[in-house]
Design a protein around this ligand. Structure first.
Ligand SMILES: Cc1cc2nc3c(=O)[nH]c(=O)nc-3n(C[C@H](O)[C@H](O)[C@H](O)COP(=O)(O)O)c2cc1C
Length: 209
């Protein structure tokens, strides 16, 4: 596992609020982090062919010309993945949702075989509406579901209301500050969890016997 963070920027719009938030998060992290744009990865949508039911962990769509496996590879190799996405009709944009759907290939794997066990998934979600209790619920539920099928832990998302034009977030230093704090806190939460979960000396001695 790489000691780094993967940031999946999920808007099809280049240089907009998600790309800005992804970069702000990257800069705030105390460890190496890298950004990839999911909409540019060429992920084909799940066709419900059933291949992964008989071959858990495999997808019939994987192969040259399809980008899903490469993005899942980043999730698997890093300790923390941050999804940064706008809300489209109360959910993720279609390109990002296609990628999330492709995690179905991990669904039939047993808990011991999940590819990203021990990793953490979280998100920064952005919407134009100023308010709305349920604005981010659809996106967040899907992402939590993806975390589960990959064996990951979910860290609750940062929800940003009221950002619409492509430069809206760039012009708001307070919101960028919230993003920086959130990203750093997500990383420190993960480190703290590992400290808390580290085996005690007695447990280690027990393991050695
Ligand atoms: C197709 C489409 C659907 C959208 N649906 C919603 C919505 O349901 N609720 C909302 O608050 N904003 C909605 N928006 C606005 C975007 O979430 C908002 O402009 C966001 O800041 C775009 O982020 P980006 O710059 O990273 O693309 C929608 C935008 C588009 C293009």
């Amino acid at each position: 596992m790489e000691p780094s963070v993967f940031i999946a920027a999920c808007s099809p719009r280049r240089g907009g609020n998600s790309d800005c938030a992804a970069e702000a998060a990257r800069m705030a992290l105390p460890v190496p982090a890298f950004v990839r744009r999911v909409a540019d990865a060429g992920v084909r949508p799940c066709a419900s062919c059933g291949h992964c039911l008989s071959h858990p962990g495999e997808c019939a769509l994987d192969g040259p010309g399809d980008g899903a496996a490469a993005i899942f590879g980043h999730v698997v190799r890093t300790r923390l993945t941050l999804i940064v996405s706008p809300v489209y009709f109360y959910h993720l944009p279609a390109q990002a949702k296609a990628w999330v759907d492709r995690s179905q290939c991990f669904w039939a794997l047993p808990p011991s075989g999940k590819p990203a066990a021990g990793r953490v998934l979280s998100a920064i979600l952005i919407g134009a509406r100023e308010r709305g209790e349920h604005l981010f619920d659809g996106a967040e539920r899907s992402l939590r579901c993806m975390a589960r099928v990959m064996g990951m832990d979910w860290h609750p998302a940062l929800r940003l209301y009221g950002f619409d034009g492509p430069g809206a977030l760039r012009d708001d230093s307070a919101a960028q500050g919230r993003i920086r704090s959130f990203a750093a806190a997500a990383w420190h939460m993960l480190e703290g969890r590992e400290v808390r979960h580290a085996p005690s000396r007695a447990e280690t001695a027990g393991m050695a016997r």
